[in-house]
Design a protein around this ligand. Structure first.
Ligand code: ZN
Length: 161
């Protein structure tokens, strides 16, 4: 069964950056399962999965525009430490909800210098070219419920209470 609309595909992946550093990998874990064609995975990878079958191994490089987006400088802000009152120990890497012009967004603390805290609303992988090594391990037809929900149920997928 080839990967296309309404197909659930499972795959192992290793994700590297331009420097060849491994950013994420499914090795040692269950393969990742996704519903094809609805944006469950980044656009460039989803395009590369189209038409593949079980046992296919391939590598694909995904530009930021089809990955986690380009890096928007205006999503980086410097704010005074007083803005974090109530936070006992402010550290680089912490995540906060911030409300701005585009509504509530998730920001990450990327630097703390004295009383100045830099927060970044970009995805941590924004601006990165993503290099994936992929092995397709399973394909099956999606259930009607999965198609309606727009995600995979069961192993490797979404679990409802
Ligand atoms: Zn569901």
């Amino acid at each position: 069964m080839r990967i296309g609309e309404n197909i659930v595909a499972s795959f192992h992946y290793t994700l590297k950056n331009d420097a060849g550093e491994v950013l994420d990998s499914s090795q040692g874990r269950e393969p990742l399962a996704y519903l094809h064609g609805v944006g469950n995975i980044v656009e460039g990878l989803e395009k590369a999965m189209e038409g593949r079958g079980v046992g296919d191994k391939f590598s694909v490089s995904v530009a930021p525009e089809e990955g986690y987006g380009v890096h928007h400088e205006q999503l980086t802000q410097q704010v005074p430490r007083e803005a974090f009152q109530g936070v006992e120990q402010l550290e680089v890497g912490m995540h906060f909800q911030a409300s701005g012009e585009q509504g509530v967004m998730e920001v990450r603390v990327t630097a703390i210098e004295g009383d100045v805290v830099t927060v970044d609303g970009n995805h941590p992988l924004a601006g990165e070219t993503l290099h994936f090594d992929i092995e397709v391990t399973d394909t099956r037809a999606a259930t009607a419920e999965e198609t309606a929900h727009g995600h995979v149920h069961g192993p490797g997928g979404h679990h409802h209470d």
